[in-house]
Design a protein around this ligand. Structure first.
Ligand code: G3I
Length: 307
């Protein structure tokens, strides 16, 4: 096939992009989006601060724009994200008791997943709950502080009941290298969830790479070790700082690693043209600021078996 999405589909995978609602009016942007991708992730529009900035009042406008754009064209949608310490409104961080935080968390999950029931192929139920560094500890969020370790499994149980057909993912960055303490901590959590019957279907490897944190040499083995626990793996926020052949080779390695593991079910890049990347001034994506295909694009397409 001649596009990323169609080539990935021939391999039984999806190929997606993070999309921002405020770019959907730009024809060059939607031309590439509609041509190349068969899955989208709202980059910010499904986050708690956007959807429920004040308690009990839900704004689905921006997220609906993206979901409608995608579903009317047969694209899949990844939901990002339900429970995260960041982009969280102040009213949640200020809740005083475990009961308050638990009620707010479960009601947020129920409301958002209910609104999109049947339209989301995978949800990032919990995002970035572990610390960086060598401790493997939980991050000190309001959820962790008030509810304790059980907040993650509680979120997954609530999510399963809210939309039984959505895949439920745990999503994080710096869990791409199997020797990293954070990777081991997430691995142990998933293994524990599977052994106790806590509903979890997938692990999202965000895969934000740069020169300090390049694609690890054990990346495929890492995908394989998660898959062996009985969960799918999705590459959820891929971007690789760099340019030219070096960047293209790194992208190729990521795609090849995913295709080598049958449970690696799809790849999402975290934006379309470089100038809309969250890495401001960076060039980590597959299209340049004029929407020209970069060498990285050609490498990805070839790795997917396209031409
Ligand atoms: O929408 C407001 C706008 O009204 C305001 O005028 C402007 C001024 O700063 O800010 C706008 O909000 C920005 C928002 O993106 C939408 O553009 C925020 O400041 C900015 O912080 C926010 O950044 C997002 C970031 O998450 C926040 O944590 C990035 O776009 C988004 O790409 C990034 O995505 C995260 C994933 O969700 C989780 N994993 C890491 C990844 C990269 O950081």
């Amino acid at each position: 096939a001649t596009t990323l999405g169609a080539s990935a589909a021939e391999k039984g995978r999806y190929f997606g992009a993070a999309v921002a609602a405020n770019h959907l009016g730009e024809s060059a942007y939607t031309t590439v989006l509609n041509r190349e991708f068969n899955s989208v992730t709202p980059e910010n529009e499904m986050k708690w601060e956007t959807i429920q900035s004040s308690r009990g009042s839900f704004d689905y406008g921006p997220a609906d724009q993206i979901v409608n754009h995608a579903t009317s064209r047969g694209m899949k949608v990844r939901g990002h994200t339900l429970v995260w310490h960041s982009q969280l409104p102040g009213w949640v961080s200020g809740l005083p008791t475990a009961t308050d935080v638990r009620n707010a968390m479960n009601s947020h999950i129920n409301n958002v997943m209910g609104h999109y029931k049947g339209k989301i192929h995978s949800w990032d139920v919990v995002n970035e709950a572990f610390e960086d560094g060598s401790s493997g500890a939980r991050r000190n969020s309001v959820f962790q502080q008030r509810i304790g370790n059980s907040f993650i499994e509680e979120a997954f149980k609530t999510a399963r009941a809210a939309d039984p057909n959505a895949k439920l993912c745990y999503n994080d960055y710096n869990i791409d290298d199997m020797n990293h303490a954070k990777t081991r901590a997430v691995y142990n959590m998933v293994r524990d969830f599977k052994s106790r019957g806590i509903p979890i279907d997938c692990v999202g490897l965000q895969s934000h790479f740069n020169s300090q944190s390049p694609v690890p040499s054990n990346y495929q083995q890492n995908i394989q070790q998660f898959a062996a626990l009985g969960v799918d793996v999705q590459i959820t926020e891929l971007d690789i700082e760099g340019s030219g052949t070096a960047q293209a080779n790194s992208y190729r390695n990521v795609v090849t690693a995913c295709l080598a593991v049958s449970r690696c079910t799809g790849i999402t890049v975290w934006g379309i043209p470089d100038h809309y990347s969250w890495r401001s001034g960076g060039t980590p994506l597959l299209f340049d600021r004029n929407y020209n295909k970069k060498p990285a694009y050609d490498a990805v397409l070839a790795a997917l078996g396209g031409t």
